[in-house]
Design a protein around this ligand. Structure first.
Ligand code: MTE
Ligand code: CO
Length: 423
């Protein structure tokens, strides 16, 4: 593989500014509505400067500008038979930085959202413990707590893309991912209170939703970096995300991050629950299945340009995306403009944290020629995000889960972008 780290020079500031002026000029001359808008632009005094606006607390809980009404979670109607056992996708193409706004985090429910009254919430810890315990929410809030930013990726993210390019938009191909700040109690602290018996090797985590969704987690992981979180992005968890408490299992597939957490049972072997036998296993070419494949390997995606975020003008263009790894920190992200023949190192800007998203940028001067955009993440263990062809060689074509193959976007001459695959 070529790895010449070719760096195209960033266009000069002068060039950039003249390009920008050209672009807004072009955007303004389209139709009567646009012409009307001209009245609001400098040197005129716009309407919003001539009258008082809403006062404070008219909007007691803030919401985005009405002009951002398109930036929403979306689902794919044909994907699931019901809305209760379904998924919505994060609008990655419209976001920047690494933190996903709470209201835009993708949702994955097996039987809808449980609406739990915090007064009636209980978390039981039992099984191979010295002292079975039942915590109220108030009890949980009396423990020392920590703040951590983590990425959560559903194992099924990009699952529809195993057999080739399918869905036109990174919201749909990669939007089963979010990265937020959690506040919670380390799971090991809660378990220590109950006293884990020496014979315990596994932990069952069960939700209080109608599916009572449950997963087995090795005790080693439970005692390592897991949290019982009550807050996300500074406020109480949203109902969609497991209010009032969810399990945070850093770096592991989203399915084990049990929401509406109501039961933790210690045992000496896994429970072989539905979600770790019939589902969330990976069917191999020889008919056998990989099981308990918890860790999410390094992955990345260019969020803009992308099918829902086409290129609007020639000239200076910011390519941007997200990268993450369930094995630690992202060390480097490379970007290719020619389908993986040549790579150059992208610029990571902002926080670089363990098992969290990083935001990367690669600026280019687009001359209107077709591009085959790709990104690949490399994590601190040295793992390099594979191509889809490499992935299929190892895992066959039957899989749904754990597709971390390199994504390709075709930027066409008119700036529109399409989901394609190159071999
Ligand atoms: N927990 C319960 N109790 N019920 C569920 O349906 N879905 C799981 C997990 N925890 C689920 C659950 C799956 S498959 C994923 S990917 C994540 O929650 C999704 O978390 P989110 O809805 O906060 O994005
Ligand atoms: Co999932």
């Amino acid at each position: 593989m070529d790895d010449d780290n070719e760096s195209k020079p960033i266009p000069s500031r002068r060039r950039f500014l003249s390009g920008a002026a050209g672009l807004s000029g072009a955007a303004l001359v389209g139709g009567a509505a646009r012409a009307e808008n001209l009245k609001n632009l400098p040197p005129n005094v716009p309407e919003w400067t001539r009258a008082l606006g809403d006062g404070v607390a008219v909007r007691p809980y803030g919401h985005p500008s009405k002009y951002e009404a398109n930036v929403i979670r979306r689902d794919v109607s044909w994907l699931t038979a019901s809305k209760e056992s379904s998924v919505s996708f994060t609008p990655l193409h419209a976001l920047d930085g690494i933190i996903t706004p709470s209201g835009l985090c993708f949702e994955r429910h097996h039987s809808g959202i449980a609406e739990i009254d915090p007064e009636d919430y209980r978390l039981i810890i039992h099984g191979l413990v010295d002292k079975p315990l039942i915590y109220t929410l108030a009890d949980l809030k009396r423990f020392p707590r920590v703040n951590r930013i983590y990425v959560l990726e559903c194992a099924a993210n990009s699952g529809m893309e195993w057999r080739g390019a399918q869905l036109n938009g990174c919201q749909y191909t990669h939007g089963m991912v979010h990265c937020v700040e959690y506040t919670g109690v380390p799971l090991r602290v809660l378990l220590a209170e109950a006293g884990v018996k020496g014979s315990a090797k596994w932990l069952l985590a069960e939700g209080a939703d109608a599916a009572a969704m449950s997963r087995s987690i090795p005790l080693e992981k439970a005692l390592d970096d897991c949290l019982v979180a009550t807050h996300m992005n500074g406020e109480m968890l949203r109902p969609e995300q497991g209010y009032p408490a969810r399990l945070v299992v850093p770096g592991w597939e989203g399915n084990v991050w049990v929401k509406w957490l109501r039961r933790l049972k210690l045992g000496d072997e896994p429970w072989f629950a539905r979600e770790e036998t019939s589902k969330y296993t990976d069917l191999m070419a020889d008919g056998r299945a990989r099981r308990f494949t918890y860790v999410m390997d390094a992955k990345s995606v260019i969020t803009s340009p992308s099918p829902q975020a086409p290129v609007r003008a020639k000239g200076f263009t910011v390519i941007s995306g997200l990268a993450w790894s369930g094995r630690g920190k992202v060390k480097r992200v490379d970007v290719s403009l020619d389908g993986g023949r040549n790579w150059r190192e992208a610029r990571i800007d902002g926080l670089v944290l363990d098992k969290a998203c990083v935001r990367f940028y690669a600026e280019t001067d687009w001359n209107g020629e077709e591009l085959l955009l790709q990104s690949r993440a490399i994590d601190e263990t040295g793992y390099v995000q594979p191509t889809k062809t490499e992935l299929r060689k190892i895992r066959g074509a039957n899989s749904v889960y754990h597709n971390n193959g390199i994504q390709t976007w075709l930027v066409k001459r008119d700036g529109e972008v399409e989901n394609v695959e190159v071999s």
